[in-house]
Design a protein around this ligand. Structure first.
Ligand code: SF4
Length: 413
């Protein structure tokens, strides 16, 4: 349906300010990631009459999240005048794809760049796609860097630059779907390993860079958009928020977002968890497990996933396995055992495979479905705990080279 823009009407009434965050320089605010009310305000601000707002919002929503367009000019049933007005005021651009790496196992890792916000500079984050039989999981980031310093995690060595905004969180899903050809009329790249039939991105996990509960409002808004039934339509059960244990926000997240929960557990005693996941000093295991027990909607069909990275001679003894079973008693739980994925400079080794199997057998026999998560994308540093923006990696390697040069100069003196 063609639309017309009632500019004369618009000129005679006050325009609400755009509800989106202003950016530096010429950057335009993004319409991606806004809820319907905010999208309506953005339309109103460019002169769309009140009586048309609802219909226009529905149109834009469809173009953004069902058709997945990244340019107003592609919105074929929107009048040229409105497309031009939107183009002048806003953007719906995807993040820039700085790099795409494809593992031998089909895992893909993208380095996405977002424009500066406020007085900031462009930022880069990583997003990973893991294709499996019958499902395709997208692991997205919620922050650039991280304030927490989990010692087994590469991201934890990169300081927090800033929180990602809703458009940047949703933008990762849209950009990944575009790269995979998972949009109407798009073709999947030749030779890509993807699930057979149906959608290529079936699940989203907030397990990339950052602690999602330390970017609560933006994550909540982005997940509301991602799970909207008239748009991206991801089932809330297929969205998993993984937290290192921000106890005060756990139950609230269950109530307000309704997504599945994963806990980055990794140790069963406070003393060790204080070291591996330092937020434990603030929110110890007992408080964390109490919050898990109170998570809304838990049942045997809807369990919390406990992530447990297997670190040789650190947390992989049979005593640890027994304690793990004991402390999770009464919580509908799955345990994901993750063979440690080393990264340059990491202080840990992966447990021996025999030990991982013994550990898994014990927790399985205790009644927990505890798959050993097959390492994916190791050859492209896309596995759990390995994400770090490429520029940070390059900076580190440049620093290392400089230090070794200085050391050899000193030795020569
Ligand atoms: S595991 Fe998560 S919370 Fe911990 S440092 Fe890594 S990104 Fe941050």
């Amino acid at each position: 349906m063609a639309v017309s823009l009632d500019l004369a009407h618009a000129a005679n009434r006050p325009r609400p300010a755009p509800p989106v965050m202003p950016m530096a320089g010429d950057e335009k605010p993004s319409l991606v990631g806004l809820d319907r009310a905010a999208l309506g305000e953005a339309l109103s601000a460019v002169g769309v009459p009140d009586k048309q707002i609802r219909m226009r919002v529905a149109q834009l929503w469809h173009w953004l999240y069902v058709r997945g367009v990244a340019d107003f000019s592609q919105m074929a049933n929107v009048a040229g005048t409105l497309r031009q007005a939107l183009h002048e005021a806003y953007t719906i651009a995807r993040p820039e794809v700085v790099d795409e790496q494809i593992s031998v196992d089909g895992t893909r890792k993208w380095l996405f760049r977002f424009p500066p916000r406020g007085a900031g500079r462009p930022v880069e984050i990583e997003t990973v796609y893991i294709p499996e039989e019958g499902r395709g999981t997208l692991c997205i980031s919620s922050q650039v860097g991280c304030t927490l310093t989990c010692t087994f995690c590469h991201t934890g060595t990169q300081r927090l630059v800033r929180n990602l905004l809703p458009d940047e969180i949703v933008g990762q899903i849209l950009a990944a779907r575009e790269r995979l050809g998972d949009l109407p009329d798009a073709a999947t790249p030749a030779g890509a390993i993807v699930p057979n039939g149906g959608r290529l991105v079936t699940n989203v996990v907030l397990m990339g860079m950052g602690e999602p509960l330390y970017n609560y409002d933006n994550v909540r808004q982005a997940m509301a958009v991602a799970s909207d039934g008239e748009g991206l339509s991801l089932s809330k059960r297929r969205i998993t928020l993984s937290t290192s244990g921000v106890v005060p926000s756990i139950v609230k997240a269950g109530e307000e977002m309704g997504v599945s929960l994963a806990i980055s557990l990794h140790a069963v005693r406070d003393e060790l968890r204080d070291e591996l996941v330092p937020i434990n000093k603030k929110y110890p295991l007992k408080d964390l497990l109490d919050a898990c027990r109170a998570y809304p909607g838990l049942s045997n069909a809807r369990r919390i996933t406990f992530e447990y990275v297997m670190l040789k001679d650190v947390n992989d003894s049979m005593a640890d396995a027994k304690e793990l079973v004991r402390i999770l008693r009464g919580i509908p739980a799955k345990i994901n055992l993750i063979p440690f994925n080393p990264w340059p400079g990491s202080a840990y080794e992966c447990s021996d495979w025999d030990q991982i199997e013994r550990f898994a057998d014990y927790v399985n026999q205790a009644g927990y479905a505890s798959p050993i998560r097959t390492p994916r994308g190791r050859d492209i540093f896309a596995a759990c705990g390995q994400l770090k923006s490429e520029s940070e990696r390059l900076k580190k390697s440049a620093r290392d080279r400089l230090e070794s040069l200085r050391a050899s100069e000193l030795a020569a003196d």
